[in-house]
Ligand binder design. Structure first.
Ligand code: WT7
Length: 649
């Protein structure tokens, strides 16, 4: 964060929601929020039983919560179909002809699906999955561009009780193979390609590559987005359009147990192996439904747009499940924010009269850099509410968003949450919470957030500590797929019965939470989580690399950039070519987002006498060029000098 932005934070500007906004909002006073929040913490069963009445249950639950830390069961005994809630329920409540998804392709074409049309397409595709022998609890990997069919595929899986695992289209063939192997997927749904910044991403070709390694996939369904020729393997690969033509568009959704697995989504942790975060049905739907309703204050005449990709949790919760369960109209955009230029997002806002807009701080910083002329040339007066997610928003970006995009009139909800939490945990409620640039403000209903010190005591106001959640919440992860032990160790072992988020934070006197960032070896690059160990293991898998250490460095647009230190095996010497080759290698192993911004060759890495790499020193070195921290445990102090030299090059 720059000096200037710290100054903005220190004057503590406070913005109160406009009366006009509050009057129409669901929660319109802080007193109302406090009373409901108190109830949701003291009597969670009462609070959630009332909320859950708004969902469609095929069989009512008998108990709201069964909690034996760290295992939660929500809405015990209930039977629900998540897809039916997102689609069918709107056919009988007057929204059948309401637009569910207004899609815009990167080249500029546009397509609208009403809830009735969405229903037809989802039913049809569910029948395709059934015809292909996909059964309840089978895993289906989805690797798609941002087209409505991505959401349709997810909803169709949910409808028949299959478990989807969406892999972001920017991930590599090797990443797909690792995930297929971990969840033992039976089918893959992909596309011939997708458009990104004017070029075609070869999704099917990546799947083909992955399937050379993992042999368990029986069916690959290919949606034709581009119309390019792709290799189709006889007996395994089929086209989406051929298959839907063979089946009925009628399908009756059956109820599944409230704890039936809904999806697995992989995310980075502090080891080289991504974690398959497991979410289940009733609780997850409850959490995404309620947060969409209260935090985005979703109204029937809103046009909502979340700019995330469905491959991330934000896309799962706030493109697919939350908004659709609320019967919202939403915009879905296929491509890049800067294609053909930085005016694209604002063109879309103007064209579809977007009223609620949800994006990431990294995008906002890129827009600031591109210049005010882009938003200034468009009519953004349809906007009434703005949101951010993914990383702490620096006050400069917040102020720009507020003024240039929100025209000074729109509340901003800075939403803190994680893949693991399933839904937003800390955020303003737009009709009542006073906001300040840089704080995600107050916990949502049912969220018992606190900041603890090492001994488990609650920190005093202003004091930094670990962000924890002290009570279970409906949309919490249920496990790491196939690894209960890692689930327990990662999230529930710092303090007894308490969830540790992995973030540092402090609370001010008014109870606002200020999130400061990850406490573990996890980077936040453009709002995406990336494990340093994951990048290191990708580097070490290259023939030339003996050892690697990866740290983050503050980056103007991305939040954090990736810096790698690499020592080579004897017969190799560092060169520009090798540097490039290693960057591409990481791109190939993980995906383009993981490519280091800088790679420094070094003869040795700073280590403790027991051989542990001291990343703390490297972090300081890349941020400041110096090492002032304690170096007494360092095995060889000379290493620092040589690293300083290599950084100057
Ligand atoms: C991590 C979770 C949740 C969807 C996007 C990322 C950081 C997220 C905020 C925010 C400060 C934030 C945290 C968190 N983070 N939102 N509003 N303020 N930090 O999901 O990949 O699971 O990453 O993103 O560090 O732990 P994710």
């Amino acid at each position: 964060m720059s000096k200037k932005s710290q100054n903005v934070a220190s004057v503590e500007l406070e913005f109160k929601p406009a009366r006009k906004f509050s009057k129409k909002a669901r929660i319109s006073s802080l007193a109302q929020y406090k009373q409901l929040h108190r109830e949701s913490i003291k009597k969670p069963a009462t609070f959630w039983a009332r909320e859950a009445k708004e969902l469609l249950w095929q069989k009512k639950w008998s108990k709201v919560l069964d909690w034996k830390a760290p295992n939660a069961k929500w809405f015990v005994g209930g039977k629900i179909n998540v897809c039916e809630n997102c689609v069918d329920s709107h056919l009988i409540n007057g929204r059948a002809n309401k637009a569910a998804i207004i899609w815009e392709g990167e080249p500029g074409e546009s397509r609208t699906l009403t809830y009735r049309q969405l229903h037809r397409e989802v039913c049809q595709f569910a029948n395709v999955l059934l015809a292909k022998g996909i059964k309840s609890k089978d895993r289906v990997l989805i690797y798609m561009p941002m087209v409505p069919e991505a959401a349709i595929a997810m909803l169709a899986c949910a409808r028949i009780g299959a478990v989807h695992s969406v892999v972001f289209g920017g991930f590599s063939a090797e990443s797909i193979a690792d995930r297929l192997e971990d969840c033992k997927a039976k089918a893959v749904i992909t596309s011939d390609g997708g458009y990104r910044r004017g070029s075609v991403v070869p999704l099917k070709a990546n799947v083909d590559e992955a399937l050379k390694k993992y042999k368990g996939v029986e069916t690959v369904i290919v949606y034709q987005r581009i119309g390019e020729k792709v290799t189709m393997k006889n007996g395994r690969d089929v086209y989406w359009h051929d298959e839907v033509a063979k089946v009925s568009d009628q399908h009756i959704a059956k109820g599944f147990d409230s704890e039936h697995p809904l999806f697995i989504l992989y995310t980075s942790g502090s080891t080289g192996k991504p974690k398959g975060i497991l979410h289940t049905s009733g609780g997850y739907l409850m959490g995404t439904y309620a947060t969409t309703k209260y935090i985005f204050d979703m109204q029937d005449d809103d046009v909502y747009w979340c700019t995330a990709d469905v491959g991330w949790i934000t896309g799962h919760s706030y493109i697919v499940y939350g908004p659709l369960a609320n019967g919202a109209t939403q915009v879905m955009y296929e491509g890049a924010p800067n294609f053909p230029d930085f005016g694209r997002f604002w063109d879309i806002v103007e064209k579809y009269k977007v009223s609620i807009f949800y994006t990431a701080p990294t995008a906002i910083r890129a827009f600031i850099k591109a210049g005010d002329q882009f938003p200034e040339a468009r009519d953004l007066s349809s906007l009434r509410l703005l949101g951010t997610v993914g990383e702490p928003i620096n006050p400069e970006a917040w102020m720009w968003y507020h003024k240039k995009i929100g025209g000074g009139r729109c509340p901003i909800v800075d939403t803190w949450w994680q893949t693991e939490t399933g839904a937003i945990m800390i955020s303003p409620l737009p009709g009542c919470t006073p906001t300040k640039p840089g704080t995600a403000t107050l916990p949502f209903f049912g969220v018992d957030a606190a900041i603890l010190d090492e001994t488990g005591q609650e920190c005093r106001a202003g004091e930094g500590g670990k962000l924890v959640i002290r009570q279970p919440w409906p949309s919490m992860l249920r496990s790491i797929y196939g690894d209960k032990k890692r689930y327990r160790d990662t999230y529930w072992s710092d303090y007894k019965g308490v969830y540790t988020a992995g973030d540092g934070a402090r609370k001010d006197k008014k109870g606002n939470f200020w999130i400061t960032g990850r406490l573990d070896d996890v980077l936040n690059v453009s709002g995406h989580r990336l494990g340093t160990a994951e990048v290191e293991s990708a580097l070490v898998s290259h023939d030339s690399v003996a050892e690697a250490a990866v740290v983050g460095r503050p980056h103007e647009i991305k939040g954090q950039g990736v810096v790698a230190f690499v020592s080579l095996k004897g017969k190799f010497t560092g060169s520009d070519d090798l540097n490039k080759e290693l960057r591409n290698h990481v791109g190939k192993v993980i995906g383009a987002i993981a490519k280091p911004d800088e790679i420094h060759f070094t003869t040795a890495l700073p280590k403790t006498r027991s051989g542990k790499i001291m990343r703390r020193l490297l972090k300081e070195l890349v941020a400041t060029g110096e090492v002032t921290g304690n170096v007494t445990t360092l095995e060889d102090v000379e290493v620092i000098k040589s690293l300083q030299e290599s950084l100057k090059k």
